[in-house]
Design a protein around this ligand. Structure first.
Ligand SMILES: NC(=O)c1ccc[n+]([C@@H]2O[C@H](COP(=O)([O-])OP(=O)(O)OC[C@H]3O[C@@H](n4cnc5c(N)ncnc54)[C@H](O)[C@@H]3O)[C@@H](O)[C@H]2O)c1
Length: 283
């Protein structure tokens, strides 16, 4: 075990992952614990959370326990924060990892505002934005008592630019999460609270396990590095933002995206065409 986070207590919301796939929540919990943090893995599904706790123990023998509750419910969210403080004596790091896609295919091919499902819009706001607001709200007081803390919100490149692979409400709620991050950083900076966002790009994780190989390949090819990201790429960014190495970084959004946000849209098209052309030439 390394020691970048020794002495710190962390919570990861949506910290389980569906099935055996590794999601950003599970990878983040594993890496935080590997660096010495005590981790509360919070999830609505006990089995998912327990799988992550077991992954932590197998990886580093680190200290992780589960909390079962609904992150969109204020009482559960408060109980989650209290539980970390009671078990571990304080709170330094909150990773609001929970997120829900609402991909356009599974959601009846809805496109844009004209056929937007209002109930699903509210659901996305609840899962992607309200859950982070609630956990952060309840975390401020104990973090302040502990001497400050780091809140890390899991946004997406879709919160910065619009994609039609997921529902409109996904991108809009992830964009609002970036503004929640800035507001948290400004309103609570004087209490020693830092708040930052991670914007994952086209990585493959539990969250994207529904994608067929063609879509995965297109996401890879459009990325300047030409490779597919993993949940571990996101997890190491979270470790940095959780640690004192980032003590003077607050209110920012860090893309973990292989460079996709740096490229001019036409470039993505050219990357794809170039690979197709060279594949044709190769035979
Ligand atoms: N993989 C990608 O390409 C990508 C890209 C951009 C952003 N992201 C973001 O990464 C995050 C994905 O996280 P993951 O990979 O750990 O997801 P995941 O799908 O593996 O796991 C989500 C977990 O959340 C739990 N959960 C669902 N509803 C809950 C609730 N109401 N309260 C508490 N827990 C609940 C589930 O039980 C599950 O264990 C999301 O925020 C997503 O928007 C992923």
């Amino acid at each position: 075990m390394a020691d970048r986070l020794t002495g710190k207590v962390a919570i990861v919301t949506g910290g389980g992952s569906y099935g055996d796939d590794v999601g950003t929540g599970r990878a983040t919990a594993v890496c935080l614990a590997r660096e010495g943090a005590k981790v509360l893995v919070a999830d609505i599904n006990e089995a998912n959370a327990m799988n992550t706790v077991e992954a932590v123990r197998a990886d580093s023998g680190g200290d992780a326990t589960t909390f079962v509750g609904d992150a969109t419910c204020s009482a559960d969210s408060r109980a989650m924060i209290e539980s970390a403080v009671e078990r571990y004596g304080g709170l330094h790091v909150l990773v609001n990892n929970l997120g829900f896609g609402g991909r356009s295919v599974a959601w009846g091919n809805q496109r844009g505002l004209t056929d937007l499902n209002e109930a699903r819009w509210q659901q996305a706001i609840k899962l992607n934005l309200n859950s982070a607001m609630l956990a952060s709200k309840h975390a401020i007081a104990p973090m302040t008592t502990t001497g400050g803390g780091s809140i890390i919100n899991m946004s997406s490149v879709d919160g910065l630019v619009t994609s039609m692979n997921y529902s409109m409400q996904y991108g809009v709620s992830k964009g609002a999460l970036i503004m929640l991050t800035k507001a948290t950083a400004v309103w609570h900076g004087r209490s020693g609270i830092r708040a930052n966002c991670i914007a994952p790009g086209h990585l493959h994780s539990a969250f994207t396990s529904h994608m067929d190989t063609e879509l995965r390949d297109r996401r890879r090819r459009v990325t300047p590095l030409g490779t597919e990201g993993t949940p571990w790429d996101v997890a190491w960014a979270a470790v940095f933002l959780a640690s004192d190495e980032s003590r003077w970084i607050s209110g920012v959004t860090i893309p973990v995206d292989g460079g996709v946000l740096a490229e001019q849209p036409l470039m993505g098209y050219e990357f794809i065409s170039e690979e197709v052309a060279s594949a044709d030439t190769d035979g």
